[in-house]
Design a binder for this molecule. Structure first.
Ligand code: ADP
Ligand code: MG
Length: 327
């Protein structure tokens, strides 16, 4: 494909993230429907060239667990990345539409993410760096694929947003400044699996009934979850935050306090867990293995592949195509 802006018709906005927005588009000369990610960058010509070169790795990916890429091009001051369109969207959108995801389907997600991570690392020596429900996509064939992996360090450097690289799915060691390893992705996978099976981000007021009973509770409704980071804050900081804004946003606006408090909690409090007894021992063991706070104690992808829940989930009888047809 020789991609250029004039050849696309915009069909629908699919969503916005930290670094840009994603559009469903049609590539008119070929009739192909694609997802086009538009990222506003602040980069010199030499850096732009390097970004495009690095993005080429995406194009070289060939795995059923990785979104395929049609290519990337510059459209000043943006960079556009054209990828396979996944018609059922991302798993954050899915659980917000249909509620908590059946644990057997979550098992399929775990298998797909582990396979995707293994492919990226074994074949291309890259670490994903941004595992979260919105970067795990589904289509009506029932395929589960990863997108938005860290192929381009230069692109990450050039995105004009302070919060790039900051994520509420970040592992304790990353928050404390350690270098990235594949174990950090495993932490993010654990948080993601908890969120999908419970239907709620784990570090939120109503997730567990443990020791936060002194806090005021606010419903963590599906619609406001995406952009408002609701974390158990002290009553004072909550009031302060509410005075400043109706939500607590990751995207700036003086709400950094809550992010710092969340990070503090991730580092200092015991890891969240699946509610005990509800989903069975195997998923609980798996999530606990992902959410070991000490990266040395956390399982490697190879160890996780051998765990009972993964062995079972590979052949658990769920028809993913039929499942994807229910919404
Ligand atoms: P984030 O991942 O932080 O939500 P992005 O800008 O990466 O932000 O993506 C915005 C939204 O676009 C995602 O939440 C996802 O639902 C949607 N999206 C991204 N890529 C695709 C794709 N290839 N096919 C369908 N939807 C997509
Ligand atoms: Mg994304």
């Amino acid at each position: 494909f020789d991609l250029k802006n004039d050849d696309f018709t915009n069909l629908q906005e699919l969503g916005q993230g930290n670094g840009g927005s994603v559009m469903k588009v049609q590539h008119v000369p070929t009739g192909t429907i694609m997802a086009k990610k538009i990222v506003l960058i602040d980069a010199k010509p030499a850096e732009r060239k390097k970004i495009l070169l690095e993005l080429q790795i995406m194009h070289d990916c060939d795995s059923p667990y990785i979104i395929s890429s049609y290519g990337a091009y510059l459209a000043e001051p943006n960079i556009c990345i054209c990828m396979e369109f996944m018609d059922k969207g991302s798993f954050d959108g899915i659980y917000k539409r249909i509620g908590a995801i059946d644990i057997k389907v979550v098992g399929k997600v775990a298998v797909a993410v582990l396979e995707g991570l293994r492919y990226l690392y074994d074949v291309h020596r890259i670490i994903h760096r941004d595992i979260k429900p919105s970067n795990i996509l589904c289509n009506s064939a029932g395929d589960i694929k990863l997108c938005d992996f860290g192929v381009s360090g230069e692109l990450i450097n050039s995105i004009a947003n302070t919060f790039v690289g900051t994520s509420i799915y970040m592992s304790p060691e990353r928050i404390q400044g350690a270098t990235y390893s594949v174990k950090s992705d495993i932490w993010s996978l654990g948080i993601t699996l908890l969120e999908l099976s419970v239907g709620q981000f784990p570090f939120s007021d109503s997730f567990s009934d443990s020791d936060d009973s002194d806090l005021e509770r606010e419903p963590n409704t599906p619609s406001n979850h995406r952009d408002s980071l609701q974390v158990p804050m002290s009553a004072t900081s909550k009031r302060r935050a509410r005075r400043r804004s109706k939500g607590v946003s990751l995207h700036g606006g003086g709400m950094t306090m809550s992010i710092i408090e969340l990070m503090h909690q991730i580092v200092n409090e015991p890891s969240p867990r699946l509610p005990s007894g509800k989903f069975g021992q195997d998923p609980e063991d798996f999530v606990n293995a992902c959410l070991q706070k000490d990266p040395d104690a956390r399982s490697t992808p190879a160890q996780l592949f051998e765990m009972a829940w993964i062995l079972y989930s590979r052949q658990n009888g769920v028809d993913m195509r039929a499942w994807a047809d229910t919404f």
